[in-house]
Design a protein around this ligand. Structure first.
Ligand SMILES: Cc1cc2nc3c(=O)[nH]c(=O)nc-3n(C[C@H](O)[C@H](O)[C@H](O)COP(=O)(O)OP(=O)(O)OC[C@H]3O[C@@H](n4cnc5c(N)ncnc54)[C@H](O)[C@@H]3O)c2cc1C
Length: 302
């Protein structure tokens, strides 16, 4: 079955967009802010907090980058107006990181300030390895003047050991995740290119370091074993539930999400919405262990 999954995952670029869209509906709140707000209300009512993500990455013009920033301003206003328990996540490439770093920083700062104005927070997603240094620099500059900004780090990268050390010299808000982009093996910790569970010891080492350094950790994973280890680690180090939260993606491993929440831990759901759904959707489908069955059924119209 794993062979078919790998085969199907490789075939994704050739699958008609309409089928990808249909299969990825569970991972995305909808195309509009109104649909996103409705989904956040449901999740809040179920006891989850949320981070909202406007879908889109790697824009090509200053105008598109400006538009992304405006979209986020609207999201912040909707969160305020609807009294939602939600923060936001941004992708720097959608603010022009790859063609104008100064503009990207200006726009990111505008978003962070707007969030500050409504007592809200912003997390910078970590994108592929060409962006890592630039996104860490962006975070470092922003947090000089703002406390309400966090950064995601990827445990599959070797360099993360050094990055975590540097970033936690002063307590930070960090999201630790395994990492999703297809990277060259030379960047990855041993075994990560073929076995996701090989990342776990590195993930735990980073969480341990953050806990010891007094940083807030968002533990972003659907790996049940890893979650158990993080809980045990927090107990071992006497870390209270205010110093960490679990984060999971909309539509992924909902029974696990419910279980962790029912154990009394804070769980934040990453809720993407918007019309630029393709890149995000294909990454989610690639990770779905049941992808072969889903795709095969969709392709024969079942
Ligand atoms: C809140 C949040 C924010 C994230 N932010 C970033 C980021 O900024 N940068 C980045 O590179 N990555 C990010 N990721 C993605 C992350 O790096 C992983 O790729 C993703 O979470 C899957 O890894 P895992 O830790 O769940 O472990 P895995 O070992 O990959 O998966 C554990 C189990 O989860 C289940 N599962 C995982 N994904 C799916 C899916 N799509 N459909 C169905 N089942 C699934 C499978 O059963 C699998 O066995 C984020 C993830 C989360 C939860």
């Amino acid at each position: 079955m794993q062979f078919f999954n790998v085969l199907m995952a490789r075939a994704i670029p050739f699958v008609p967009r309409a089928i990808i869209q249909k299969l990825s509906r569970r991972y995305i709140a909808g195309a509009t802010l109104g649909e996103a707000v409705a989904r956040v209300k449901q999740l809040n009512a179920q006891g989850f907090c949320v981070t909202l993500d406007v879908l889109g990455e790697a824009v090509c013009t200053p105008h598109q980058a400006e538009q992304t920033a405006l979209d986020y301003m609207q999201v912040l206003e909707a969160i305020r107006a609807n009294q939602l328990d939600a923060s936001i996540s941004i992708k720097p490439t959608s603010l022009g990181l790859l063609f104008d770093r100064q503009q990207c920083e200006r726009l990111a700062e505008r978003i962070v300030e707007a969030a500050e104005g409504c007592n809200n927070a912003v997390c910078i997603d970590m994108e592929d390895v060409h962006c890592t240094t630039k996104e860490i620099d962006l975070f470092t500059r922003l947090r000089t003047d703002h406390d309400n900004v966090g950064l995601a780090l990827q445990a599959y990268l070797k360099r993360t050991y050094e990055d975590v050390q540097l970033l936690t010299r002063k307590p930070a808000t960090l999201r630790i995740c395994k990492g999703i982009y297809v990277e060259e093996r030379s960047h990855l910790v041993n075994g990560a290119w073929h076995d996701r569970s090989a990342i776990n010891t590195h993930f735990l080492a980073h969480v341990r370091h953050c806990f010891s350094a007094g940083s807030f950790v968002a533990v972003a994973t659907h790996d049940g074993v890893l979650i158990e280890h993080v809980i045990a680690l927090a107990q071992e180090l006497g870390i209270g539930t205010r110093q960490f939260e679990f984060q999971m993606l909309l539509g992924v491993c909902e029974p696990l999400r419910d279980k962790v929440s029912s154990m009394g831990f804070s769980v934040r759901i990453y809720v993407p919405f918007g019309s630029d759904w393709y890149g995000y959707s294909t990454r989610r489908l690639n990770e779905n262990p049941a992808i072969a069955g889903h795709l095969a059924r969709a392709l024969v119209g079942l």
